[in-house]
Design a protein around this ligand. Structure first.
Ligand code: ATP
Ligand code: MG
Length: 434
């Protein structure tokens, strides 16, 4: 017979060995680094200008970054910092190379969510983050999933659970409870507003004093930051249930939204959420903070089936939040939650597969104009990644056949461009309402 004591003993044993095992499988030179991009990529794929025009312009102005010539040829290779410096300074045909960004508006937020496991959420989040960074945007990704796929893919391996979404939620509980208690004290004639006391186990962790920036870590991409996750943050689901009990008026689902509201409006352009394969406290926080909801799904019947139940359960969960309407100061959050856009995206799609084509038609019939036009194709370029999951953008095209690389990149590019189009519409509407 085995009880929790046996499990605890096994865990203690594993923790003792953890450092050693990590050392065996990890070496510092294995740290994730961002590669340089060739002048072909910079011209045709990143700036979308003729390669020789770009070469000419760079040659004409030696004060612009000149990249490095690699041994194997005449091409110059540029870091993303150099690409961004060129982007800021160069105009081609009197057109700026800077991407669209409305003035005085905060970053647009998109959640990639579906409770179907393996739907392609993390792959989509990783590729959209990288594509947006190459497009000149400053990106923050928030990993809501304790499987931490996105954190690992972004090169983060040593994350303490205080600095994850779990920490953000506990910090919010402390701060919101303080605010509510202060409001109760300030209320005229000592109205019957309850005062809540949180146990020292929560208040003594010091999370209430953490600053917004404490949760944000840099990645090997100079313009991508991350609020990472880690396996220990799985505890959030369990802890949150207890937290709600400690303060039933706490709008638990708005913790991350409030946190993000405290980031200066101009610090980022795009904030992307990778969600866990479940509806729970973490995914409700992601969905609630999102302006745009992107729902990836594989092209099989069962995936269609679970995507259908996902939207049903999400609808119910969002409807349930209405009781919080009067519990927060006016103007801080709007209920019912309204997305500026909701889209379905097929992933792992094989254009030559009859079943996939039939399922795609079925998805279009059901979800109509909510269905994105460009599915993400199944590609060996993504399957074949090494120790860190790498995006097609990170992979040097010389590492595989050029055709495989181009095809994969074209598929992610089309899906990203469509995503950017939808974000732009939502962003403009946000700006117009200001
Ligand atoms: N376009 C693609 N081509 C080939 N393989 C893919 C593609 N998209 C995803 N995969 C593979 O499918 C698996 C699941 O993808 P991913 O981790 O992105 O799904 P997920 O929805 O985030 O999963 P989870 O629910 O566990 O978080 C991974 O092994 C990934 O490499
Ligand atoms: Mg995932």
């Amino acid at each position: 017979m085995y009880t929790h004591t046996d499990l605890a003993r096994l865990q203690a044993q594993s923790l003792k060995m953890q450092g050693w095992i990590r050392q065996q499988t990890y070496s510092p030179e294995n740290e994730k680094k961002l590669r340089r991009f060739s002048s072909w990529e910079v011209g045709e794929l990143i700036f979308k200008v003729n390669q020789s025009t770009l070469r000419g312009r760079l040659a004409a102005d030696p004060s612009l970054p000149q990249g490095l010539v690699e041994e194997d040829g005449r091409q110059r290779w540029y870091t993303l910092e150099e690409i961004n410096a060129i982007r800021r300074r160069l105009k081609v045909n009197r057109q700026s190379l800077m991407p669209y960004r409305p003035q005085n508006t905060r970053a647009i937020r998109a959640a990639i969510a579906n409770f179907k496991g393996g739907a392609g959420k993390s792959t989509v989040a990783l590729h959209f983050a990288h594509a947006a960074a190459l497009d000149g945007y400053r990106v923050l990704v928030v990993d809501f999933d304790p499987q931490a796929t996105l954190s690992h893919s972004m090169g983060l391996t040593d994350v303490a659970e205080e600095y994850t979404v779990w920490g953000i939620m506990a910090r919010d509980l402390i701060r919101e409870t303080e605010r509510m208690n202060a409001a109760a004290t300030g209320a005229e004639s000592g109205a019957a507003l309850p005062r809540r006391k949180l146990p020292a186990a929560i208040t003594d962790m010091g999370l209430g004093d953490l600053r917004v920036t404490d949760f944000i870590k840099p990645t090997c991409w100079p313009t991508i930051d991350i609020v990472p996750s880690c396996a220990n943050a799985a505890f959030v689901e369990f802890a949150s249930a207890q937290y709600r009990h400690l303060n039933p008026e706490w709008s638990f689902f708005a913790a991350v939204s409030r946190y993000l509201d405290a980031i200066p409006a101009d610090a980022y352009d795009l904030i992307l959420f990778d969600c866990p394969p479940a509806i729970g406290y973490q995914s409700m926080n992601a969905v609630f903070a999102a302006d745009v909801l992107y729902i990836p799904s594989g092209p099989g019947y069962w995936e269609y089936d679970s995507t259908t139940s996902f939207i049903g359960q999400l609808a119910e969960a969002l409807e349930d939040l209405s009781r919080f309407s009067n519990l927060v100061p006016a103007g801080t959050l709007k209920l019912p939650k309204a997305f500026r856009d909701v889209r379905f995206l097929l992933t792992r799609y094989e254009p030559g597969n009859d079943l996939h084509r039939a399922m795609r038609q079925a998805f279009i019939k059901v979800f109509e104009d909510r269905m994105t036009e460009h599915p993400i194709e199944m590609t060996r370029a993504v399957e074949q990644s090494g120790r860190f999951l790498s995006s097609i953008y990170e992979t040097d095209y010389r590492e595989m056949t050029r055709e495989t690389w181009r095809r994969a990149r074209a598929s992610f590019d089309r899906a990203y461009e469509e995503f950017r189009g939808h974000l732009t519409v939502a962003w403009k509407a946000m700006e117009a309402e200001k």
